[in-house]
Write a protein that binds this ligand. Structure first.
Ligand code: GLA
Length: 399
């Protein structure tokens, strides 16, 4: 079956939006400057796999698995508790607090657990008065930070939190000015003096507002990801046209990874990783690390893909060739380049790109991340790519 939702029409739409997006929405000069997320944050979040079904033991088990399996050393250091950690009500002094049944030892103890293991703790909050899970009907807490921004930021800092996902579902309903609410929390976090990654989700996600990079380290570019190829591919196609907004300290966030969950095959999981690496996206795993397959581990821990994602130049990929087979390229530090082929169609396809099409000259050594190809070329790259699969190359100047 071909991909009706993202084949030609979608690609055309995406590339048209690229030109229009760059014209109408040039990247602002100033990036949020809080000293963190100079490369895209890497870690894990509870939401994609567990939803509201979380407790401290599960989170600690996942942290152990991240360390023991080598994923911490591969760069995945943030362990993020998503929605549903909160108690139903604030304390009498107005402070936020945790659900005593599921987090009996409290968030500060969880933060210490992470810090003792070389990890960092992320937590979840909202700019309105309620969390997003209330909206989805599976949680009853009323714990948004509206009107409590400075108090909550101080609380998070005191607890030892290193990352805040600030997620909007209610501001439109509650008549809250999103820009003001997100900005206020940004200032409140900065005022604590603790370096805390600030990840925001405003709706609608696009266009990217000028103020996102000024107040936040990362911002969502699309609605929620789901565990299927159409969602992964559609999110990539919507995010590539706004690639130019990403830079060190301030990143497009095409949402958390679904690699290792049920529905992506090996090729699709490979493309998920390759595309997110090319987009310089935060790599926040969303699977049960305790039970992952060797293949999923191998994809998530792929050193070359991580190297591309984490390149300190922080330039997200641009589209070199459009169509059902897409070629992307991004410059890396030290004169290297990353180039990817993704086959969005349901047929095997030969993909070729010349050095001229890439804007490169001379002779290049290349290494491929997922298919063990390497060599030297002064002409270009080509590969026969399976349906939904990707090739991810790093090119190094030769001699
Ligand atoms: C929104 C976010 C998700 C997740 C849920 C939690 O849908 O986009 O990533 O945080 O809220 O309720």
């Amino acid at each position: 079956m071909s991909l009706p939702r993202i084949s030609k029409g979608g690609v055309l739409l995406a590339t048209g939006a690229l030109a229009l997006g760059m014209l109408l929405n040039p990247a602002p000069a100033q990036a949020h400057n809080n000293g963190v997320a100079l490369t895209p944050p890497m870690g894990w979040s509870s939401w994609n796999i567990f939803g509201c079904d979380i407790d401290q033991w599960k989170i600690m088990d996942i942290a152990d698995a991240i360390v023991e399996g080598g994923l911490r050393d591969a760069g995945y250091i943030y362990v993020n508790v998503d929605d549903c950690w909160q108690a139903q009500e604030r304390l009498p002094n107005g402070e936020l607090t945790w659900d005593k049944k599921r987090f009996p030892d409290g968030i500060p103890a969880l933060a210490k657990y992470m810090h003792d293991r070389g990890l960092k703790l992320g937590i979840y909050g909202n700019p309105g008065t309620q969390s997003c899970a209330v909206w989805a009907g599976n949680y009853t807490g009323k714990m948004g930070s509206l009107g409590h921004e400075y108090q909550d930021a101080r609380t998070f800092a005191r607890w030892g939190v290193d990352y805040l996902k600030y997620d909007d579902c209610w501001s439109k309903v509650e008549g809250v000015n999103a820009k003001e609410a997100f900005t206020k929390m940004s200032r409140a976090l900065k005022a604590t003096g603790r370096p805390i990654v600030y990840s925001i989700h405003n709706m609608p996600q696009l266009p990217i507002r000028d103020w996102y990079p000024e107040v936040a380290n990362m911002w969502r570019t699309t609605p929620d990801i789901f565990d299927n190829w159409y969602s992964v591919a559609g999110i990539a196609l919507a995010t590539l046209p706004v690639a130019h907004h990403s830079r060190p300290g301030a990143w497009n966030d095409p949402d958390m990874l679904e690699i290792g969950n049920e529905n992506l095959n090996r090729e699709e999981a490979t493309s998920h990783m390759a595309l997110w690496a090319m987009m310089a996206a935060p790599l926040i795993m969303g699977n049960d690390i305790r039970k992952m397959s060797k293949t999923d581990y191998w994809i998530l821990a792929n050193p070359l893909a991580i190297r591309v994602d984490q390149d300190r130049l922080g330039k997200a990929a641009h589209i070199v060739k459009h169509g059902s087979q897409m070629v992307l390229a991004r410059p890396l530090t030290n004169g290297e380049w990353a180039v990817s082929f993704t086959n969005f169609s349901a047929e095997r396809a030969r993909v070729t790109v010349t050095l001229q099409e890439l804007g490169l000259q001379g002779s290049w050594r290349f290494r491929e991340a997922f298919h063990s190809r390497s060599g030297v070329t002064d002409k270009g790259l080509s590969a026969t790519v399976n349906p939904h699969d990707s090739y991810l190359y790093v090119l190094t100047p030769h001699k």
